[in-house]
Design a protein around this ligand. Structure first.
Ligand code: ASP
Length: 330
């Protein structure tokens, strides 16, 4: 009988953390082999290859390293594994998932997971999340769905998931659309059909910078005015409400949008930006008229990653097309 092979990479995060000294806080300390020891059920599902690629809190992951992880995952697929699972910290999980989704060109699933409770805490969720992630990775129904995140018995699409609680077990959700699937009796049940994906080639440069700013009441424009001079090649703004800025920001951004791509999303955390409703200065109709782009359903963080990758592979001209396609609910 066919026995699948699953490749697992561990990067660190709370899932790998425990307290090594009674008086100090928890820190990453468990590598891949130790994590797998907490989930013996895994070996009934597949042959497992595991590698510890880092042991860090996820705030310290960066693009260069993620490209190295992607290269590792691509090599696993080239060597014939059926799926790849990556464990990491939850603080940046929504961003790394999107980063990989833009670059993952395979039909084989790439599944990310983490934990809200550390490994030596009563009721630790890491082992259950890891086991669920592997089940999702090995399910035939996950093929062609790209990068997914499995947390708390829910499966989320990489471009929709957000962390919206600091400590709760149910810290993740996919606002507006809900999860892509649920774990029920150890199996994944998808709630939405797979949607068409858009991917990018690997970036040929990585030193460029894309800024992410949040609009806030009565905010000045000092930083905004300096951006181009400082060498930023793109800007994403988490705008008010449905993607709005003050009149002052709108004016200052017009000449900037003629030099670098500027995307406006929403700081609210749920729902798409508007495209054609508000007519005031700083509203979406005025902003698009000034050459700015509205991000639709894409949240500002994920829009920043998209812009960074587009610039990195020299395909900025595809920005409109990407935003149009990713801006629809799906
Ligand atoms: N709280 C985080 C976690 O869940 C820390 C991190 O992101 O590494 O793993």
């Amino acid at each position: 009988m066919f026995r699948p092979t699953l490749a697992i990479a561990t990067l660190g995060g709370t899932l790998s953390m425990q307290s090594c000294h009674p008086d100090q806080g928890i820190t990453p300390s468990l590598g891949g082999a130790q994590l797998l020891a907490s989930v013996p059920e895994l070996y009934a599902l597949a042959d497992i290859r595991v590698e510890s690629l880092s042991l860090v809190p996820s705030a310290s992951l960066d693009f260069e390293f993620l490209l190295h992880v992607l290269d590792w995952a691509n090599r696993q697929i080239a060597q014939g594994v059926q799926a790849v699972v990556i464990t990491q910290g939850t603080d940046t999980l929504e961003e790394t998932a999107a980063f990989f989704e833009y670059l993952w060109t395979h039909d084989e699933p790439l599944i990310l997971t983490g934990a809200m409770r550390c490994a030596d805490q009563a009721g630790a969720d890491g082992p259950a999340n890891l086991l669920d992630a592997c089940r999702v990775a090995l399910s035939a129904s996950s093929k062609g769905r790209g990068v997914l995140v499995v947390m708390n018995a829910e499966v989320h699409h990489a471009l929709r998931i957000r962390k919206n609680h600091t400590v709760a077990l149910h810290a993740f959700s996919s606002p507006t659309l809900g999860p892509a699937g649920l774990m029920i009796e150890h199996c994944v049940h998808y709630l939405h059909p797979a949607t068409a994906r858009m991917t990018l080639p690997l970036p040929s440069r990585t030193s460029h910078k894309v800024a992410l700013l949040e609009a806030s009441l009565s905010a000045d424009v000092l930083l905004v005015e300096q951006l181009v001079g400082l060498g930023y090649e793109g800007l994403v703004i988490a705008g008010f409400g449905a993607g709005h800025l003050s009149e002052l920001w709108a004016e200052v951004l017009q000449p900037i949008a003629a030099k670098i791509p500027v995307i406006v999303g929403s700081r609210t955390g749920a729902g798409p930006t508007a495209f054609n409703t508000y007519g005031f200065k700083g509203g979406e109709i005025d902003l698009t008229g000034k050459g700015l782009h509205m991000s639709g359903f894409l949240c500002p963080r994920k829009a920043r990653l998209l812009l960074w990758l587009l610039i990195g592979c020299g395909q900025q001209s595809r920005l409109k097309n990407f935003l149009r396609n990713l801006s629809v609910a799906g």
